[in-house]
Design a protein around this ligand. Structure first.
Ligand SMILES: O=C(O)CCC(=O)C(=O)O
Length: 275
C-alpha cells in the first residue's frame, strides 16, 4: 500500500479517511533549515516538559519536548506562516484548523530504544473525529528508523492503554474498560498492515490522533530529528481523561465537550480567523 501524495486532493483525503495516515512528499522543503534551528534552540533552552526516554544504563538518547511554539520563534513562524494549517483543514475535511501543540522528538545515532506502539488520543484531553498530526523528519530516514503506522487502526473499537515511554508503566493509575491492550502486531493472524516510508526532509506523515504508530530505534549513523504538530478540526473538543494528560496544560479550566479555548489553542485556518 503506497498512500503517498504530493498534494492534498480528493484521493489523498479518501486515503486519509480510510487508512488514518498518509505520506506527503516535499511539501515543507523550504522550512527545514528554520525547523532545525528551532530544534537546536529547544535543546539549548529546554522547556518544563523536556524528557529523556533512554534509561541512564542504556546507550544513546531519545529526547522529546513539547508545547514550546510560543517561545521558540522558529516554531512559531513555521506554525503560523507555512501551509500547515491549510493542509490540516483540507485533510481533515474541516472548515477550520485549530492548533493544539508542537512536539520535538530526537533520536541520536545508535539509539536502540524504540518508540512504543501507541495512539496519541488517549494521552490527550483533546479529541474529535477530525484530527491530524504531522510528523516531519528533519534528516533523511530509512524505513528502519522512520515512524510506522498501523493502517486503519483509527477505526479500532477501543483505544489502547497508554503507557509511559521510559519504562512502559501504565500512564493512568485508574484504567477503565474504555481501553484495550495492544494486539500482537507481529502475529500473522492479526493481519495488520504497517505503513512505513523512506523519507526526506520536506516530507511529512499526516495521521489521525487515534492511529496506532511507533518507531524502531535509530541505528543509522545520523541523527533522526523530527518535528510534530497536532491539529483539530471543526468538531474538536475537550474531554476528561482518568488522570493528568500529556500535555497537561495546568489551569486550562475547560469542561467536557467544550471547544478548546482559542486564546491558548488558536484557530489558524481560515486565515481570517486570525485577524
Ligand atoms: O518520533 C517518534 O519516534 C515518535 C513520534 C510520535 O509518536 C508522534 O509524533 O506522535
Amino acid at each position: 500500500m503506497e498512500a503517498v501524495f504530493d498534494k492534498i486532493d480528493k484521493t489523498a483525503c479518501d486515503a486519509y479517511a480510510e487508512l488514518g495516515a498518509i505520506c506527503l512528499r516535499g511539501v515543507f522543503n523550504d522550512w527545514i533549515e528554520l525547523l532545525r534551528a528551532g530544534v537546536a534552540r529547544n535543546y539549548d533552552e529546554p522547556g518544563p516538559y523536556f524528557s529523556e526516554n533512554v534509561l541512564p544504563e542504556d546507550e544513546g538518547s531519545f529526547w522529546d519536548d513539547y508545547c514550546n511554539w510560543e517561545r521558540i520563534p522558529e516554531f512559531h513562524r513555521f506554525i503560523t506562516e507555512s501551509d500547515a494549517a491549510r493542509l490540516a483543514a483540507q485533510v481533515m475535511r474541516s472548515d477550520s484548523a485549530q492548533f493544539f501543540h508542537d512536539h520535538v522528538l530526537v533520536k541520536e545515532p545508535n539509539t536502540a530504544k524504540p518508540t512504543p506502539w501507541h495512539q496519541d488520543a488517549p494521552y490527550y484531553f483533546a479529541e474529535g473525529r477530525q484530527t491530524v498530526s504531522f510528523w516531519l523528519p528533519l534528516d533523511p530516514v530509512s524505513k528502519q528508523a522512520t515512524l510506522r503506522m498501523v493502517a486503519a487502526s483509527h477505526r479500532w473499537p477501543k483505544m489502547l492503554l497508554p503507557v509511559k515511554w521510559l519504562d512502559d508503566a501504565d500512564f493512568y493509575a485508574d484504567q477503565s474498560d474504555d481501553y484495550m491492550a495492544l494486539p500482537d502486531l507481529d502475529d500473522a493472524d492479526n493481519m495488520e498492515t504497517i505503513l512505513e516510508w523512506d523519507m526526506q526532509p520536506g516530507d511529512a506523515i499526516l495521521f489521525d490522533f487515534r492511529t496506532v504508530h511507533g518507531a524502531r530505534g535509530n541505528l543509522q549513523d545520523r541523527r533522526r530529528r523530527a518535528f510534530s504538530m497536532r491539529w483539530l478540526g471543526d468538531d474538536g473538543h475537550y474531554t476528561e481523561r482518568p488522570g493528568r494528560t500529556s500535555p497537561p496544560y495546568p489551569g486550562h479550566d475547560m469542561q467536557d465537550g467544550q471547544k478548546l479555548r482559542e486564546d491558548w489553542f488558536p484557530i489558524l485556518w481560515p486565515k481570517s480567523a486570525m485577524e
